[in-house]
Every structure is written in C-alpha cells, then in structure tokens.
Design a protein around this ligand. Sequence first.
Ligand code: ATP
Length: 310
Amino acid sequence: VLYELQFTSAVEVLMSYWPHVKKAVGASEKIFEYVDRKPDTPPDGSLAPQTLKGHVQFKNITFAYPKRPDTDVLKNISFELKPGQITALVGPSGSGKSTIVSLLERFYQPKKSGEILLDQNPLVKYKDQYLHEKISVVSQEPVLFARSVRENIKYGKENASDEEMRAAAKLANADDFIDSLPKGYDTDAGEKGGQVSGGQKQRIAIARALIQKPQILVLDDATSSLDTESEHRVRATLIELKNCTVLLISHRLSGVENADHIIFLREGEVAEEGNDEELRAKNGLYAEFVKQQNTSIHRNTEDVTNSEMG
Ligand code: ATP
C-alpha cells in the first residue's frame, strides 16, 4: 500500500510538472530555468467550505519567480473569472499565461504585491486537498499512466463507479472511441501501448478532469490535438457546464471566439479584454491575432500563428 501511495504521489508530482518539462525540452534556452524550478507553495490552509461558487479574482498581482526576483513576469495584473463563464487567456509566448495557472494552482505565492481571492477569501487560506478537488487542470500533453483507460479516468475521483466514468467519457467525447479500442475501457493507455493518439489522450484527460466535477476547470491548450469535430463537441460540453468556471488557455482562435470573456496578455500585463466582437472592433492586438490566424489558415501551411503565439 505504501509503495502504491508513493508511486501515485510521485506520478502526481510528475504530472503537474509535465507541461513545464515539455516546454523546456521544446525550448532549449529555457531548460535551466525549468530544471531549477522549485515551487514556492504556501503553507497549507484550513478553509474548506461546503459549497464553492468558483469566483476567482486576481487583484493587482505583481509576480517574479523566486529564482529571478528582479524580473516581474506579471505586472500589477487584475482580472476575474466568473462562475458559469468561459474565460479565454491568449497572448504571445512568454506573456505569462502559464504563470497565472501556476499561481491559481498555488505552486507559487504572489509575494511582491496583490492577492488572489477565491469566493472573496484569500486563496492561501484554503486547504490544499480542497483546492486539488475543486480546481482541475488539463494540460496540452497530458500524461496517462501505463494502466487501463478505466483506471486513468477513475484516477480523477476515488471510488468512482463505471456509470460515472462513462458519463465523464461521454462529456469529453471519448466514449465512442474507447468502445472501439481492442479491449475497450480495459485497453492499456500507456505510452508503450501506442494505441491511443494525441487527441484521444487529451479526451481521456478531459474525462479524468470532468469525473471530478471540478468547480474550476483549466484547459491549458488541452484541445490542441483534437480534430475539429471533437473540439466542437468538447466546447459544447464546456458551455453546458453551466456553473463551472472555465479558464481556457489557447494559442488558436477556435474556441476563443466563443468565450464569454477574452483576456489578451502582453508582457505580463492585461493589454485588452472583452468578448470577441468587442475586441475585433477595437482593431488592436486581438484583431491582429485574428488576422494572423486567418492568414495562416488561408495559406494552409504550417500554423504560422501558433509558432508566433508560442
Ligand atoms: P507560452 O505561450 O510559451 O506557454 P506563457 O504565456 O505561458 O508562454 P509563461 O510560461 O507564464 O508564459 O512565462 C512568462 C515568463 O516567465 C517568461 O519570460 C518565462 O521565461 C518566465 N518563466 C516561466 N517559468 C519560469 C520559472 N520557473 N523561473 C523563472 N522564469 C520563468
């Protein structure tokens, strides 16, 4: 049992770091930065209210990583995430999108200035385990365990039933393809099996997040490998999660357009915010982003904007 526990927590830690490890490998100049990465988590809090609305406020946050205290990565940033709304965070590579997610997950503390509030209470006051249950983050390249699809989905909720598992898989638009796998839900989802594509992995990871019924769902470019139809279905699911607070981090326009609120980050500052229509009309950075995306789609070449946007 001890081994199992240790294994699980080690894998959990690995999973939480994976996006950063992946990025480091992709951008060699960043490698040392990430290898050096030591989270600066605050001491555990005690708050664990019965109900949570999921209202998040970043208030005047200025943040620098402990290793680089003189470089402000977020500069006096304020915004809110409202329950029942999809908020999209877009902006060039390095503008601070992932840093915001790390702060929300409480890997770091915004020590320089400002505070993060969750339902009007400081985020630091909540219990770790409680936040873990209420906030679910799906990353771009989720790591699945070398175990069955069933175990991978049920990992999101202790003692989940098969019915709950299937319901979550349906919401993630994963149920059909899982049924068509050689051993269905008993198929090995691990790397070695090689039976699951990138997009299918993302859907399993989304199912794992949804089974948890989180109050706050963060999709960190988590639908980037989905084909258009799957992506639309997953988006439709998000819209149905009426009371959930959804934060969508995206390098692409699709999905962002339908968000209730869009925040355009640049160099750690909120450069523009509003909905798609408002921001297009502004003819500023977001409008330029839309133009670049359309051009790259039109050219039908490699996704130029993706690489420009990071
Ligand atoms: P991308 O679109 O490439 O994922 P992003 O908008 O998510 O970028 P962040 O990853 O939040 O941007 O990075 C914001 C800034 O913080 C960058 O300058 C980055 O180099 C720096 N940074 C990120 N992680 C660390 C770290 N652990 N230590 C020091 N600096 C970091």
